[in-house]
Design a protein around this ligand. Structure first.
Ligand code: SF4
Length: 353
């Protein structure tokens, strides 16, 4: 078993979808918040749960152009199609797979999550649209019928696996699932069970507690690792990957932000280790373009280091230039701003100068 410094562990080769995710190169396409399973541990936020809306990364999707724009912004090498359950909006899912494959080519890797027992016909449609990898979530409702679909997905030529949370104390069940997958040539992804705003009351009622250093459930990691040790002893030909909650939340997100920030940073923006953008910001009344011209002239600022940001109605520049200007221009308001490189450019810190 191999372990990573973030606490992840794996046996055998990682699924292609995970490899790209670990580079921060996967676009997250949320095709609908609808789902029939009703799992008590579902971590979906109120904003998305049960709402038939589409999101790409953190952006609401209003048109295909939004999806393509976001993929280009982060130089995505693939996409993970998620929800809710994407299979409940199969036509929409097929449309997005085709859209991405047509625009970015066959090598653009698309994986999808589902808890639906898909028919052979539906699986063939997904394969024909270009789906590369399918991850089934086994739930109390869909088990054991879902195994038939897992089998059929493999036969349809889709790389298939199971992705489930590791429930504390349930290593026997995990080993049993892995044994079945070994026979089918599928992979097993284990996620550390975690608390979210929406599932916390249900997890608490069932006696789960916090691990302490994160939102992870105590005992989930130990169970996953114990099961993996047993699988190694059995020398089963199955690929298993355990992903910690901290890595899922912080690691993958940080890498995706970093990738987007490096691809989209303007010449006056600095990219932090966390993948955020740092810059100087000037707020003023009146004509901002005229003010920008004046600042360039009077303070000898190269044009590419100062720009008018129309959506936020402000002038942006480097931190150093903003600090320098703040010494002389008391009538303007200067700030150092740190923000996400996401479409909404959400600010995380605003420090007045
Ligand atoms: S299958 Fe997934 S999306 Fe659906 S309820 Fe369960 S955890 Fe939530």
């Amino acid at each position: 078993m191999q372990t990573t410094k973030e606490g992840n562990a794996y046996i055998g080769e990682l699924p292609e979808g995970c490899k790209l995710c670990m580079q921060g190169a996967k676009l997250v396409l949320f095709v609908s918040g609808l789902c029939r399973e009703g799992c008590y541990y579902c971590p979906l936020s109120e904003k998305r749960r049960g709402k038939d809306l589409v999101w790409v990364n953190e952006r609401r999707v209003m048109s295909d152009a939004d999806v393509l724009k976001e993929a280009l912004r982060m130089r995505a090498l693939g996409a993970g199609i998620t929800g809710g359950d994407p299979a409940l909006r199969l036509e929409r899912t097929l449309h997005y797979i085709q859209l991405l494959k047509t625009r970015f080519g066959e090598d653009f890797h698309v994986h999808m999550y589902t808890a639906t027992c898909l028919s052979e016909e539906e699986l063939t449609k997904l394969k024909d649209a270009g789906l590369d990898e399918l991850r089934f979530h086994i739930t109390e409702k869909n088990s054991p019928r879902v195994w038939e679909s897992i089998h059929s997905a493999g036969r349809a030529g889709i790389e298939v696996g199971v992705e489930i949370p590791a429930f504390p104390g349930r290593e026997v069940e995990i080993v049993e699932i892995a044994r079945k997958l070994a026979r089918l040539g599928g992979f097993l992804n284990l996620n550390e069970l975690e608390f979210s705003d929406t599932n916390a009351p249900d997890l608490k009622v069932r006696g789960f507690s916090l691990r302490g250093d994160s939102y992870a459930v105590a005992g989930s990691r130990e169970t996953a690792l114990k099961a993996m040790e047993r699988l190694e002893e059995e020398k089963l030909p199955v690929r298993v990957h355990f992903c910690t909650s901290r890595y899922k939340d912080a690691g993958q997100l940080r890498l995706r932000l970093l990738r987007t920030a490096l691809a989209t940073a303007r010449p006056y923006e600095e990219v932090t280790e966390e993948g955020l953008l740092l810059k100087g910001v000037i707020y003023a009344e009146g004509n901002l373009e005229r003010l920008r011209q004046r600042l360039m002239r009077e303070f000898d600022i190269p044009p590419h280091l100062i720009a008018v940001e129309r959506e936020k109605h402000r002038i942006e520049t480097t931190r150093e230039i903003a600090r320098e200007l703040a010494k002389y221009l008391k009538e303007l308001r200067f700030y150092i701003v740190e923000e996400y490189p996401t479409a909404d450019r959400l600010e995380t810190e605003v420090v007045p100068l």
